[in-house]
Design a protein around this ligand. Structure first.
Ligand code: F0G
Length: 417
């Protein structure tokens, strides 16, 4: 099917075959060919200054729905399921600029979202859409953050939630959150890729609305990370935006946000995306070296369990993002990730291991001369420090914990430096 003008405010379009469907169509993949879908919006029909003023003028509690015209314009405000979310800080820390060797480095801390990760931006839209289409129950496969976010928003909407996680491979904070919000957790004896394959194949048959980032409405929400940081920079784009890459939903969302922001006149030039993967889970970085001639799949292993993914789902959409932004994909070792995380933690910022890949990648590309010393870089920290307590309690940090007798003498001995 294909629309003739006038088009509705929003519709869905298949990335592979171009088939178009209504934005209320409940299929998560293209009904014609099974490809990934994208939500498209009719341009706003107002000048860029007016659109910027509109976003600026909204005192919306949600940093997602402030940009509703670019997210899901046709949904009524009273139908929105919002915590609220977004409105996350853009941080400058001299110590981290120095560590990365980039003078003008800002960190967009998405760990400040209600469940502690950027997933909330996608989930407010995903669950709003689930309610809009009358979903009976929702589901996802997850390395932990999506499941925590899904569980929270489904609880708010009163919809049962089922999550598939790789048994033994999800960080403690995420697992505890997901259970606490009341989702049913199915721990699969397999990796994340196996979980996603199962739920992708089975969700329609089982009557579950799939809310992985395969779902195009999730990506509409995640676009607002980019929109919000551009707004925080008064729509003067940085040279680079760096983010970790796992299932590549965010990479897809960032490219789409930048494409639309340029098309709609909000920015006059497009920043380059830097996608950073862990070396043990780097199929996208490997394919980049080869000009994306083929799709690569690996068996993934990394300390950054959030991005322990070997067969990313949003592959085609992410390739497009890299091509569109003249982007770069790189990989860093687990040691480099942990070194970057330590720097971030010790600067008083804190993040989970996968998030630190952003900064490790920025330092690497700075050293390689790809990022220039004067370039402005925004690194995205995707998750909160408390998500993965085990990764914090290594030998070094355990040494900071000193157990003493309850006497003033032992306290005095302990505070001696
Ligand atoms: N950083 C964190 C903290 C994540 O949780 C994820 C993905 C990513 C980065 C990568 O983002 O998949 O869009 O490329 N976590 C998913 C989950 C897979 O299930 O929570 P991506």
């Amino acid at each position: 099917m294909s629309f003739h003008t006038p088009r509705p405010a929003s519709w869905q379009s298949c990335v592979r075959c171009g088939n178009e469907s209504l934005d209320t169509d409940a299929s998560v993949r293209c009904p014609a060919c099974g490809g990934l879908l994208e939500v498209r919006h009719r341009p706003p029909g107002v000048a860029p200054e007016q659109l910027r003023a509109l976003f600026q003028g909204k005192s919306a509690a949600s940093g997602v729905w402030r940009f509703q015209e670019m997210v899901l314009p046709s949904v009524a405000a009273e139908s929105v399921v919002s915590h609220p979310e977004g409105n996350t800080p853009l941080l400058y820390r001299e110590a981290l600029s120095a560590w990365a060797g980039v003078g003008d480095l800002l960190l967009k801390h998405e760990g400040h979202n209600p469940t502690g990760s950027f997933k909330d931006r996608g989930m407010t839209v995903g669950i709003t859409q689930a309610r809009r289409i009358g979903a009976r129950a929702v589901a996802c496969a997850s390395t932990g953050n999506t499941s925590a976010s899904l569980a929270a928003y489904a609880a708010q909407a009163g919809i049962p939630a089922f999550v598939l996680i790789p048994a033994g491979k999800v960080a403690l904070g995420k697992l505890a959150q997901t259970a606490g919000y009341g989702a049913r957790i199915i721990a699969v004896r397999g990796d994340f890729d196996a979980c996603l394959r199962l739920i992708d194949e089975g969700s329609a048959r089982l009557g579950l609305y799939l809310l992985n980032s395969i779902n195009p409405f999730r990506l509409e929400g995640q676009k607002t990370i980019v929109l919000e940081l551009l707004q925080q920079l008064a729509w003067d784009p940085p040279e680079w935006i760096a983010l970790p890459g796992g299932n590549l939903g965010n990479t897809a969302a960032f490219g789409k946000a930048l494409e639309e922001a340029k098309e709609w006149g909000l920015i006059d030039r497009v920043p380059r995306l830097l996608v950073v993967q862990a070396e043990g889970a780097a199929p996208f970085a490997r394919a980049f070296v080869d000009g994306f001639r083929q799709r690569v799949r690996v068996s993934a292993e990394t300390v950054a369990t959030a991005i322990r993914i070997g067969d990313p789902a949003s592959w085609e959409r992410a390739v497009r993002s890299i091509q569109l932004t003249n982007g770069v994909v790189t990989a860093v070792s687990d040691a480099e990730i942990l070194e970057a995380k330590r720097a971030i933690d010790r600067a008083g910022v804190g993040c989970e291991p996968a998030s630190a890949a952003s900064l490790a990648g920025v330092r690497k590309l700075g050293r390689e001369g790809v990022i220039l010393p004067d370039d402005r870089v925004v690194g995205v920290l995707t998750g909160h420090m408390l998500k993965d307590p085990d990764s914090l309690l290594d030998e070094g940090t355990r040494a900071a914990i000193m157990e003493v007798d309850p006497t003033i003498e032992s306290i005095a001995a302990a505070v001696e430096v």
